[in-house]
Design a protein around this ligand. Structure first.
Ligand code: PXL
Length: 281
């Protein structure tokens, strides 16, 4: 039997709202990969669209968890970071990556901090510079356009985008961080939405699009990154992994749109898990 691969997902746990660890655990497990976790904070809900959410910071628990694991000699095939609650926490996660990785560890950093041109609630303007430091340690980064602009100090513009704008943004990202880049939220017209991938192995930029659905859907960046990582760990190349992630994310959005529920509660990814398993074969 093949050895079971193990990821450590370092994110908050938003108890309701289907993002961060509540999507990482089911998706990564469905993909046949063990998902260990370091919860960075516990929130009653995510911070997008809800008021009065609780926020329990767990920064002080991170290094003791890492030290305990080191005493047990636990090894990880991959480290996956997402939403981090403060600059101090990013510094500790940077140390965690150093402690838990070796040359074979696949490090995926999703620089979760902003969308639609603005930083999320709770972050200040110095946060992107700190996030850049862990992006520099990553093998794969998955910024959306706003995050890519913040990491590269580029002026954000709303789409539709031109190929020239997207490829210049990728050029800038290549210079500052990330060996493999998956830029999300790319669209050249109002019908199709997708991603641009840059693979340092092939040195090629490729695009992958699906049908575009109007609206803001929470947690979709996390779903995308979890599927991408799972596909990469199942041996798929970057382009194929991005394509699988784009399909699963877009289909989850489509189902949510059909259901017409309150979108703050996240998208319907659950029924896509069998399809994910199929696509990973
Ligand atoms: O989906 C990203 C995310 C994760 N965690 C928390 C968030 C968000 C986005 O708003 O607020 C707490």
């Amino acid at each position: 039997m093949e050895r079971l691969k193990r990821v450590v997902a370092i994110h908050d746990i938003s108890c309701v709202g289907k993002c961060s660890l509540t999507v990482a655990l089911p998706i990564i497990s469905a993909g046949g990969i063990e998902c260990s976790v370091i919860p960075t904070a516990v929130l009653s809900t995510h911070t997008g669209g809800f008021e009065n959410f609780t926020f329990r910071d767990l920064t002080d628990d991170i290094l003791p968890i890492v030290n305990h694991w080191k005493s047990l000699n636990i090894k990880f095939d991959s480290i996956y970071t997402g939403y981090l609650g403060s600059i101090a926490q990013v510094e500790i996660v940077e140390k965690t990556i150093d402690e838990l990785s070796n040359e074979n560890t696949l490090i995926l950093v999703d620089p979760v901090m902003a969308d639609f041109g603005s930083l999320y609630k709770n972050f200040n303007e110095n946060f992107p510079d700190e996030m850049l430091k862990i992006c520099k340690k990553a093998d794969v980064i998955t910024p959306n356009i706003t995050e890519a602009c913040l990491l590269t100090k580029t002026t954000y513009i709303r789409g539709p985008y031109t190929k020239d704008y997207i490829e210049k943004l990728i050029e800038k990202l290549k210079k500052v961080c990330g060996k493999k880049i998956v830029l999300t939220g790319v669209y050249f017209d109002e019908n199709k939405l997708g991603v641009a991938t840059y693979d340092n192995k092939t040195q090629k930029t490729e695009y992958c699009f699906t049908e575009k659905h109007e609206g803001i859907y929470h947690g979709t960046g996390d779903i995308f990154a979890c599927v991408l990582l799972t596909a990469l760990l199942n041996g798929k190349d970057l382009e194929t992994s991005a394509e699988i992630a784009q399909i699963i994310t877009a289909e989850s959005i489509k189902l949510t749109k059909q259901e017409q529920t309150d979108v703050r509660y996240g998208v319907r990814f659950e029924s896509q898990l069998p399809r994910l398993i199929e696509l990973l074969k």
